[in-house]
Design a protein around this ligand. Structure first.
Ligand code: RIB
Ligand code: CA
Length: 317
């Protein structure tokens, strides 16, 4: 049974792996890539998405989206994580293809309305485009199959502050709108992605089995592996943040979820923190009454995920 997936992205090194995986998985129909600021400015995110589509040699629509958060000043782009060009300072040809003349939010609304109950939204960057689409067309909350997002942290410490994960921190107001809506959200956060790490052995195998596409992914991940080594005590292992969100769409059995309501701190020193309220737990504060119960990924069969990634990318060239 093929699933329709629409990826909202800020490519971005780990975004690239997620997108190549989605494009090759036989049970996924990749409807398009909508681009958002985050790892890089949205103009570069859009160009990088077009570069990936050309690398894939597939006719995947690309749309440009939000250049800044809904209602706060944007943070500087983390070029120390993804490189100034978003692809680990690895040069690649300028894209010859162009983005559709449709905004990301409009494209999201059109795709969801065209196939009610079938389209999985997989945001792997800040949630601004998703929130804008909701504002434009609240009915998509009932018409989308669901939202499977990379972002947040339940019990795991944050990666941009003690409590905040980057995608949420980059637009907490948008994230709060997404979690407050009535659609089913699966939060693939640091609790699971920090347990799903990739090392040079993985990328050597990927490059050997797919010299062009795998080789590119290996090349751009070197910068990312070096960043992780510098930040997390020397081991050259990086988290497969975004790829795990796409895996969760097509192989959710590899993750363990907890049913929780989710809210986002939108001010103060905890801004960007995702607060989770396990379903059924007593909450005296009326804020939580009636909030949609979503799913939070708390554990993962990481070995199986890596096997699935490599197995799927055998289709790559
Ligand atoms: O915190 C990790 C997330 O932030 C990933 O989506 C990565 O690409 C960055 O956008
Ligand atoms: Ca991303």
């Amino acid at each position: 049974m093929t699933k329709k997936i629409l990826i909202d992205t800020d490519p971005g090194i780990d975004d690239a792996l997620a997108i190549v995986f989605a494009a090759h998985h036989p049970e996924l129909e990749l409807l398009g890539l909508t681009c958002v600021f985050g790892n890089v400015p949205v103009s570069l995110a859009t160009d990088n998405a077009l570069r990936l589509v050309e690398l894939l040699g597939q006719d995947i629509p690309v749309c440009r989206g939000a250049a800044k958060p809904l209602s706060m000043q944007p943070h500087p782009h983390p070029d120390f994580v993804h490189g100034k060009n978003g692809f680990g300072e690895i040069d690649s040809p300028s894209p010859t293809r162009t983005a559709l003349d449709v905004s990301a939010a409009q494209f999201i609304v059109e795709q969801v309305r065209a196939a009610p109950g079938e389209v999985w939204l997989a945001p792997i960057g800040p949630l601004t485009n998703i929130a804008l689409a909701l504002e434009m067309a609240p009915d998509i909350a009932e018409k989308a199959a669901g939202v499977v997002l990379m972002g947040g942290a339940a019990l795991e410490p944050g990666n941009v502050s003690p409590v905040a994960e980057a995608n949420i921190w980059n637009d907490p107001h948008a994230a709060e709108q997404v979690f407050a809506a009535t659609w089913p959200v699966s939060m693939i956060g640091l609790d699971a992605t920090h347990k799903t790490t990739l090392d040079q052995t993985f990328f050597d195998q990927l490059a050997a089995q797919a010299p062009k596409q795998g080789g590119f992914l290996n090349d751009i991940h070197q910068f990312y592996l070096d960043f992780y080594a510098s930040r997390y005590g020397g081991e050259r292992k990086c988290a497969a943040h975004d790829a795990l969100a796409v895996v969760a769409v097509v192989a959710e059995q590899l993750l363990q979820f907890q049913d929780c309501a989710i809210a986002v701190s939108c001010e103060g020193i905890a801004i960007g923190q995702t607060l989770v309220a396990p379903a059924g737990a007593y909450n005296h504060d009326p804020f939580w009454a009636g909030r949609t119960v979503h799913r939070v990924a708390m554990n993962v069969d990481a070995d199986a995920v890596l096997k699935l990634l490599l197995g799927t990318l055998k289709q790559a060239n």
